[in-house]
Ligand binder design. Structure first.
Ligand SMILES: [Fe+2]
Length: 337
């Protein structure tokens, strides 16, 4: 099969935007999360089956070749265990460049509330500039597409992943700050436990951009096996069940001691399946928390966001490796046989 990269699928979208938006509304409230996900996956297969199949085939048959062309490995292989892995070696490629650039971005953009009181998730601000930052700070996408970062994700999802183009944003540079929060002492929204429904699996790579302690409102999660037990016991994702769970609900069937807080030195990296592990973050960030969030999905999502959201576009150059192009261009298709 030829690996030319300039072919795209004509639109075969079976769900109109208004219906997609309606089914997506308020965390898939109308049909319930699990049933909406099943329906979305079936509908998205109509449009994305060729990409999905190609990405799975490339993973099975040509992963080594793709990785070699993309760049050498620089650290020992990372493996997600029970839905997560932490790398605190401080030696992942381009990490030093990211940390240096982050200080410039933080100095320039942090500490300023951008939203009006009452704004959705006011405590959580993404200061990434999608138009100019990938060009001004190419190290972020260099990191996101490096072989060391991609290999564990490829093995976890069983295909060549793509940086998410709708939900969650594929790349975010976030400041969490209780000073921006309308109700800092009462957890709400993403400060409560939940499991993401965008894609199965959805994998995050989170990078601490400053030293992070409990006072910074760390990303907090339960390992996958415990999360799935809680999900089953509580009937979570079923129709008429809310998306967010209180601590009391979660710990009625789980042990609080099993919760893991993503704290540590700047440059520490967490790989996690957010579609499998219960998690929350940015809860009472008395100290501002700065975190890079990279979101990876397969080609066929389990939500309807693509029906009503314009896809994010990441810059690609002709000389980029095929692996990098696949990660940055979700709709890429194989060329003619
Ligand atoms: Fe989430």
């Amino acid at each position: 099969m030829s690996l030319t990269t300039d072919h795209y699928l004509p639109s075969l979208r079976p769900v109109p935007p208004d219906l997609g938006r309606k089914l997506h509304h308020n965390h898939m409230e109308q049909l319930g999360i699990a049933d909406t996900m099943r329906l979305a996956y079936a509908c998205n297969q109509v449009e994305n089956c060729a990409q999905d199949e190609w990405r799975r085939q490339l993973y099975q048959d040509q992963l080594q070749e793709l990785m070699t062309a993309n760049g050498q490995f620089t650290v020992p292989a990372i493996h997600l265990n029970d839905g997560w892995a932490i790398d605190d070696s401080m030696s992942l490629p381009h990490l030093d460049r990211i940390l240096a650039s982050s200080e410039k971005i933080i100095a320039e953009r942090s500490g300023q509330r951008k939203s009006e009181p009452g704004t959705y998730r006011s405590y959580f601000q993404d200061v990434w500039k999608p138009g100019s930052d990938p060009l001004d700070y190419p190290e972020f996408l260099d990191f996101a597409t490096s072989s060391d970062i991609l290999a564990p994700i490829c093995h976890y999802v069983g295909c060549i992943p793509a940086l998410s183009t709708t939900l969650p944003s594929g790349i975010r540079f976030v400041e969490s700050n209780a000073a921006f929060d309308d109700q800092p002492d009462r957890p709400h929204d993403s400060q409560l436990y939940h499991i993401d429904y965008y894609s199965l699996p959805n994998v995050y790579v989170l990078v601490l951009l400053r030293d992070t302690t409990r006072e910074h409102g760390p990303w907090t999660f339960l390992p996958r096996s415990i999360s799935q037990h809680v999900k089953e016991q509580l009937g979570y994702w079923k129709h008429a069940r809310g998306y967010r769970l209180s601590d009391e609900e979660v710990f009625s069937v789980a042990n609080p001691a099993d919760a893991i807080e993503f704290t540590g030195k700047r440059g520490t990296v967490l790989f996690i399946e957010s579609s499998g592990c219960l998690h929350f973050g940015s809860r009472n960030s008395i100290q501002p928390r700065f975190q890079l969030m990279l979101g990876y999905t397969g080609a066929c999502r389990t939500d309807f966001s693509e029906t009503f959201m314009p896809p994010k576009v990441y810059p690609v150059q002709e000389h980029d490796s095929l692996l990098r192009k696949l990660v940055l261009q979700k709709s890429l298709l194989p060329g003619p046989v």
